[in-house]
Design a protein around this ligand. Sequence first.
Ligand code: SF4
Length: 356
Amino acid sequence: MSTWSRLADAALAGNVISRDDARAVLHAPADELLALLDAAFRVRRAHWGRRVSLHVLENAKQGACPEDCGFCSQSSKFESPGGEAPMKSVDDLVDGARRAHAARAKRYCMVTATRGPSQRDLDTICEAATRIKAELDIELCASLGLLTEAKAQRLATSGVDRFNHNLETSERHYEKIVSTHSWRDRVETVRIAQRAGMDTCCGGIVGLGESEDDLLDLAYALRDLDVDSVPVNFLDARPGTPLAGYQLVEPGYALRALCMFRLVHPRTDLRVAGGREITLRALQAMALYPANSIFTQGYLTTGGATSHADHQMIKDAGFELELASGETVPADPEAMAAIASQPAATRRPSLPTVRS
Ligand code: SF4
């Protein structure tokens, strides 16, 4: 039995793979990459079948953030050409959810560039959440920075199913990347969201100049936090930020990192997140073997694959879509192309939008 097959068996039996084994995954030889992906896929298939869930990000409030996360072009501390935009209206956020639903997304995530949500921003997000949940069968996520117990409760009671707050990297490496809030602050917000009854989405970024130990620390810290979803991003260094000029990680390393996260997090909703397209290039479909979800229609400050391209990739690779209703449906690139060809003002979702 190969090492990778043994690790898959251990993960499927509910055992935590050792740190040495997780490290070995990051060092898998190129000749063994397919065997490693096969092992990760056995674990993914046991919990998620061949289903892929699509997630759509909505940059609800862009730029001018007072925090100094070194990878982020939305920080006011750096001279990056990220742009600024005020909080979107409730109507605009609801429209964004309609577009996400039309793209067969399982989840729509409203994001603000803030240290934490102001009362006014929270009012807007909560009103949008209530309207979206009344109209559409779609799961809702919010990513609004640091939370208090009261704010978390409001989000949960307004219909926000899941809260995102990434740890980004290990506690040790974090100090080199962010100074305006601590790694422990982030952990506390994840716990607050959990106590409010929301699912938690919490991951990180590969390529921040972290060591292998930092990446392993992140994977096990997320496991200890018992988060429901782990987005794994790959740094696409933004001009003007302190990390400008950092190189993309190698696609083979990106795939090995995803396999490591899958083997450490057998049951978790594992997402190949930002930087997917530019890092993995022709190998993007291979990420579906360890990961069971992707973002579609781009990211907060960078573009990405269209829904048409993502549906095509999922169909070609023999996977299918998981909707918020729990139904599994075929990917439909033709429907996505038809929506994209409509003038923006006349686009209409092609699935029923009223909850039954
Ligand atoms: S808190 Fe969020 S938006 Fe603000 S600088 Fe950090 S990553 Fe960027």
